[in-house]
Design a protein around this ligand. Structure first.
Ligand SMILES: *[C@@H]1O[C@H](CO)[C@@H](O)[C@H](O)[C@H]1NC(C)=O
Ligand SMILES: *[C@@H]1O[C@H](CO)[C@@H](O)[C@H](O)[C@H]1NC(C)=O
Ligand SMILES: *[C@@H]1O[C@H](CO)[C@@H](O)[C@H](O)[C@H]1NC(C)=O
Ligand SMILES: *[C@@H]1O[C@H](CO)[C@@H](O)[C@H](O)[C@H]1NC(C)=O
Ligand SMILES: *[C@@H]1O[C@H](CO)[C@@H](O)[C@H](O)[C@H]1NC(C)=O
Ligand SMILES: *[C@@H]1O[C@H](CO)[C@@H](O)[C@H](O)[C@H]1NC(C)=O
Ligand SMILES: *[C@@H]1O[C@H](CO)[C@@H](O)[C@H](O)[C@H]1NC(C)=O
Ligand SMILES: *[C@@H]1O[C@H](CO)[C@@H](O)[C@H](O)[C@H]1NC(C)=O
Ligand SMILES: *[C@@H]1O[C@H](CO)[C@@H](O)[C@H](O)[C@H]1NC(C)=O
Ligand SMILES: *[C@@H]1O[C@H](CO)[C@@H](O)[C@H](O)[C@H]1NC(C)=O
Ligand SMILES: *[C@@H]1O[C@H](CO)[C@@H](O)[C@H](O)[C@H]1NC(C)=O
Length: 564
């Protein structure tokens, strides 16, 4: 049986218990999204959501294009769209949207029609459609090869310059990592030029807070804002290296400081991190948990309270992995022996080279090496809910089980990651949301641009002879993985899941802007007389194959938002 055939059923059953409609009458219903125990609440009702990402939403050329996009999302039952509330430039571009000029020791906000008025429109239109917008305030990533001095991939010349008329590989704002962000501040104000100067230099901190003050106060009273995300994927390093002093605590301290700042300006909206959710199992905490709070909401009638999982420690993590591997090995043996009781875990067993793993190695998602301790961040009082992301093409979430195929490992590690995050949130009594997930398909692989580069390594603009082995999963595998991750998330008690990223065509084109011509290779700027499609950095749900992703989101949203 194909997964898609039983998914809606599974979702409906799960949702009936996990996210049963429940009214919250303790306080007067607020039109702002807040939390009650481990649920999001709005207008007096629980607000579990399926969301999507369109970082490019404020760069669209006409109001009608924004309306078309948001109404298409809304028609699928999507309630939250995540977008960038920053667009930093170092020189004023000839065309296109920009929000802040950061240059020559000063910053200037653009609140004109190609500036913050674009973001105003997004919020207005979202409110008109009963949608909310999750706004991210900056980005960890902004590769600028000429500055960052990355070496080349073979013959590949890494180049992108936002100056019009120079050799742009893509139109400005085409890639999610081309909206400025932390490294703009470091380049313009930093002394050492290291990425973590963004987190620690007092001058940079006050300049960034100045930006957040203006953005956050502009929308503080708007019900169309879901929450403030402090940064997309914050960590110690970017394409720019970090100093030796940067630890997870550096990044946690920054979160605490900026979260307090945002809450002081805007008490109406929740604040969240936006990190990948990496754990640091052995790290000392700045915000230690004193006692586990009792769950504040009572279970729905007929439902047992979810029992708390064992705490995330090195010993527990390694033990869990050993047990899983043993179980998979036994299932494989039983399957080979043709036993009737054989459990086939996701399809046929395919022999994979058995590589001896280091059993003591926690891996970068758990050992703090990225400079993120999501549990410590989660415990900051001003952080309203837990966030994490899932991008297996770019991060490692565990140790491969030699009993499983590569695809099975990808899916399984995603499932484990979701369960681990939900468990961590449950022990904290706050809601948890997956704020970005995606898998690169073979069809999308020519557009796949890793977050630390500005060129697609498998694309025609890479300058590489196309001798690369095929990259990416099939569309069917992607759909299978998305469905399994979504049902796992619902079952485990996540309160929101945001796919990365939305795709749409038929937009108004304008030379020099982010919109590519329809029906031709994406990544080029369309001319004024063409219609165009949204950017694709390798994850876009676009065209015929994208519709199946939208259908999956629509099905999940329908069941998930059971109370509306
Ligand atoms: C989005 O909306 C436009 C215009 O309303 C429509 O033509 C298009 O088919 C829709 N796209 C999707 C993916 O639903
Ligand atoms: C910054 O200063 C330099 C030197 O005075 C000047 O050439 C440049 O145009 C300035 N940049 C901006 C964005 O004002
Ligand atoms: C804060 O931002 C505004 C607008 O961009 C700018 O005019 C002002 O100089 C900034 N203040 C500081 C202290 O950087
Ligand atoms: C909350 O209620 C207001 C007023 O009825 C409505 O405009 C808004 O869309 C609702 N919010 C959500 C997220 O449903
Ligand atoms: C790149 O790094 C090399 C070696 O450190 C240095 O000589 C060169 O000036 C750098 N280039 C740029 C553009 O920064
Ligand atoms: C660079 O490109 C040339 C011609 O396309 C090719 O012969 C050569 O092997 C390439 N070198 C590398 C390092 O990829
Ligand atoms: C653009 O790239 C081509 C080929 O590398 C080069 O010849 C040309 O000078 C570049 N133009 C600019 C404006 O940098
Ligand atoms: C922080 O940045 C400012 C502005 O560039 C600089 O003057 C100052 O020396 C930096 N502070 C430290 C401790 O590096
Ligand atoms: C939000 O609304 C409240 C009450 O109307 C008002 O006091 C406050 O100044 C507003 N905040 C902002 C940032 O506009
Ligand atoms: C980008 O990040 C990946 C994964 O961390 C790393 O393997 C790769 O070397 C990085 N590439 C560049 C150009 O920084
Ligand atoms: C900016 O837009 C104008 C008018 O559409 C166009 O002529 C010009 O080439 C564009 N500039 C760039 C750098 O694309």
């Amino acid at each position: 049986m194909k997964v898609s055939q039983y998914l809606p059923l599974a979702l409906t059953a799960l949702v009936a218990s996990a996210a049963a409609p429940r009214k919250y009458k303790k306080r007067a219903p607020s039109p702002f999204v807040s939390t009650e125990g481990d649920q999001f609440v709005v207008n007096g009702s629980a607000f579990p959501f399926i969301g999507t990402t369109a970082y490019w939403l404020p760069t669209l050329n006409t109001e009608q294009d924004i309306i078309d996009t948001i109404s298409n999302m809304s028609a699928r039952g999507i309630r939250v769209v995540r977008t960038w509330a920053f667009n930093d430039v170092e020189t004023i571009p000839e065309n296109g949207t920009w929000f802040q000029l950061v240059a020559n020791g000063t910053t200037t906000i653009n609140d004109g029609p190609n500036g913050l008025q674009k973001l105003d429109k997004v919020i207005d239109i979202a409110e008109q459609h009963g949608m909310t917008v999750l706004l991210s305030l900056t980005n960890n990533w902004n590769p600028r090869p000429l500055f960052d001095n990355l070496t080349d991939f073979g013959n590949l010349t890494l180049r992108r310059d936002v100056t019009p008329g120079t050799n742009n590989t893509h139109p400005r704002n085409f890639l999610s990592n081309d909206f400025g962000g932390m490294d703009v501040y470091v380049r313009q104000f930093g002394v050492s030029g290291q990425h973590d100067e963004f987190y620690t230099n007092e001058t940079i901190l006050s300049i960034f807070k100045n930006y957040t003050t203006q953005i956050v106060s502009r929308y503080a009273n708007r019900t169309g804002v879901f929450s403030w995300e402090l940064a997309n994927d914050p960590r110690c390093h970017s394409s720019v290296a970090a100093s030796d002093d940067c630890t997870a605590q550096t990044v946690t301290r920054w979160h605490s400081d900026v979260a307090q700042h945002v809450r002081s300006i805007d008490p109406n909206h929740l604040v969240s991190s936006g990190s990948q959710g990496f754990f640091c199992v052995d790290c000392p905490k700045l915000f230690p948990r004193v006692t586990p709070p009792p769950p504040q909401t009572s279970p729905a009638p007929g439902q047992r309270r979810r029992s708390l999982p064992p705490p995330l420690t090195r010993a527990n993590l390694l033990k869990k992995r050993r047990i899983a591997r043993k179980r998979n090995r036994e299932a494989k043996r039983a399957a080979a022996a043709g036993s009737k009781s054989a459990v086939r875990i996701r399809g046929n067993w395919i022999a994979t080279p058995t590589r001896r793993q280091n059993d003591q190695d926690l891996g970068p998602a758990f050992d703090g090496s990225q400079g993120v301790d999501s549990e410590d961040i989660f415990n900051i009082p001003e952080i309203g809910f837990g966030t994490f992301q899932l991008f297996p093409d770019q991060n490692s979430y565990g140790v491969d089980d030699p009993n499983l195929t590569p695809f099975e490992n990808t899916v399984q590690q995603g499932i484990d990651w979701i369960q681990q995050q939900a468990a961590s949130a449950a022990s904290m009594g706050k809601p948890s949301a997956l704020t970005g997930f995606g898998l690169v398909t073979q069809e999308n692989s020519p557009f796949f641009t890793p977050f630390n580069t500005s060129v697609a390594p498998f694309g025609s603009d890479s300058g590489q002879p196309i001798t690369q082995q095929p990259f990416g999963v099939t569309d069917e595998q992607r759909d299978d993985a998305y469905q399994q991750w979504i049902s796992t998330g619902i079952e485990a008690g996540l309160r929101g899941m945001i796919q990365y990223q939305w795709g749409q065509s038929g937009f108004t084109a304008q030379a020099g802007t982010t919109i590519s011509p329809d029906n031709t290779e994406t990544g080029q700027s369309a001319n004024d007389d063409e219609t165009g499609q949204s950017p694709n950095d390798g994850y876009s749900a676009q065209g015929v194959s994208g519709i199946s992703v939208m259908d999956i989101l629509g099905q999940a949203a329908q069941s998930f938002a059971g109370d509306s």
